[in-house]
Design a protein around this ligand. Structure first.
Ligand SMILES: Cc1cc2nc3c(=O)[nH]c(=O)nc-3n(C[C@H](O)[C@H](O)[C@H](O)COP(=O)(O)OP(=O)(O)OC[C@H]3O[C@@H](n4cnc5c(N)ncnc54)[C@H](O)[C@@H]3O)c2cc1C
Length: 379
């Protein structure tokens, strides 16, 4: 039997809500902060089912990335070039916004570059990328401000201690952040602005009435709000089954600290299906969901022996073949993906807005998606 809300609880915590935001990931927090900046007198409440915002925002790899060359080439070949560079620009602008809002130090931001690495059997892919470096540099020059964002740095391949890596392309404008610090800073900004965040509240369903939305929670509470912004990303179909978004689990490991770690920066392997970076003298490595697409198309957390084994093999055979490293922790997070890479930010009814589907680039896109969601709500 769930405890009913008392008169005091209802009057104090859930009364006269102007906007209820569902989900306190990077999007929900940015939406709330933007709304509070524009409407300081509004009562803005975030309802989050986890004790922490447990989805993707506290579990990602912290790449502040906006597009590797293989990805951009692929996207241009399969879509409209204009749209591809528009999305790159939004990612760049999103990162700028995040850095301005939080500050590089609080964010743990390091502009150590991102490397795409190519194996012996990927020589054709590398050559194709290499031939297009000048073209893409020209295209992104207006966005990053660098004349040489992408560079062939294959000559440096021995400095990292990899095995079987034949070529590397550097993206000098790519950075990395400390994911925990980012979320801690966003939560603290939201608290300081007077946004109320209630954890442990799972939304099961919503009913829109003429003058409000009634939110039903899993503990049978009914909470009313003038408007609702849904920022539940990979879990969005639990509330709205018709939305074009799928959950995708990503498994991650982190090693014990490694003396004299040679890796510095973000690394994209196997066309970005695997990714790794340095953090606190450790290696963080994740990805591989393309090898078990069906099994990983889930919104259940957890790890599987199959992906764990793939990640271990990569760590031992390619990333750190000369030095045995011990794995310290494993975890997983849930992405929201779809056939298109663009986020879904729209009203789905008069008083309910969704801001979801950030794919693997939520660090870059999250600030703008939250902001845009807030704008749609205010429009
Ligand atoms: C392992 C991993 C690595 C990644 N690496 C990177 C990277 O390096 N760079 C990058 O840019 N992006 C990366 N991403 C993607 C990025 O983390 C996401 O795109 C971004 O965090 C999405 O933010 P969000 O706020 O939309 O969703 P989330 O962070 O998932 O937040 C959604 C929130 O909604 C809550 N919620 C869900 N359903 C309900 C409900 N019914 N009621 C109440 N609350 C609910 C959840 O608990 C969650 O806290 C990675 C993702 C993963 C999983």
């Amino acid at each position: 039997m769930h405890a009913q809300l008392s008169y005091w609880e209802r009057e104090t915590f859930f009364n006269a809500i102007d906007v209820a935001i569902i989900g306190s990931g990077i999007v929900g927090l940015n939406a709330a902060i933007t709304l509070k900046e524009k409407q300081p007198n509004w009562n803005i409440v975030i309802l989050e089912r986890g004790v922490l915002p447990i989805g993707a925002s506290t579990r990602n790899a912290g790449f502040a990335c906006f597009g590797s060359l293989t990805e951009l080439i692929d996207d241009v070949e399969n879509g409209k070039e204009e749209e591809v560079f528009h999305l790159v620009e939004r990612r760049w602008q999103g990162l700028k916004k995040l850095r301005e809002r939080i500050g590089d130090q609080a964010l743990g931001y390091k502009e150590w570059g991102g490397y795409e690495i190519f194996k012996a059997d990927e020589i054709d892919i590398f050559q194709n990328c290499n031939a297009k470096i000048s073209y893409f540099n020209e295209k992104v020059r207006k966005i990053t401000g660098f004349a040489d964002t992408y560079q062939d740095v294959s000559l440096t391949k021995n400095q990292f201690g990899f095995k079987g890596v034949h070529h590397l392309i550097l993206n000098r404008a790519e950075g990395q952040i400390h994911t925990g610090k980012m979320m801690n800073a966003l939560l603290s900004i939201a608290h300081h602005k007077g946004i109320k965040i209630y954890n442990g509240i799972e939304i099961k369903q919503m009913e829109e009435e003429k003058d409000k939305v009634v939110i039903h929670t899993s503990n049978n509470w009914k909470i009313s709000s003038q408007q609702v912004l849904v920022a539940t990303n990979g879990f969005a179909r639990q509330l709205f089954p018709d939305l074009q978004i799928e959950p995708a689990r990503n498994q991650v490991l982190i090693t014990q600290p490694i003396p004299n770690l040679k890796i510095k920066g973000c690394f994209h392997y196997d066309r970005g299906y695997f990714y790794f970076r340095n953090i606190d003298n450790r290696i963080l490595l994740g990805g591989g969901r393309h090898l078990a697409k069906q099994e990983e198309a889930t919104n259940s957390f957890g790890t599987t022996p199959f992906i764990q084994n793939e990640l271990k093999q990569l760590l031992e055979n390619v990333i750190s073949p000369h030095q045995k490293v011990a794995i310290d922790q494993w975890w997983s997070g849930i992405l929201g993906v779809g056939a298109k890479k663009t986020p879904i930010i729209k009203k789905i009814s008069e008083r309910i807005i969704v801001a979801i589907r950030l794919g693997g680039m939520g660090v870059a896109l999250g600030s703008l998606v939250g902001e845009k969601g807030a704008q749609v709500l205010l429009s």
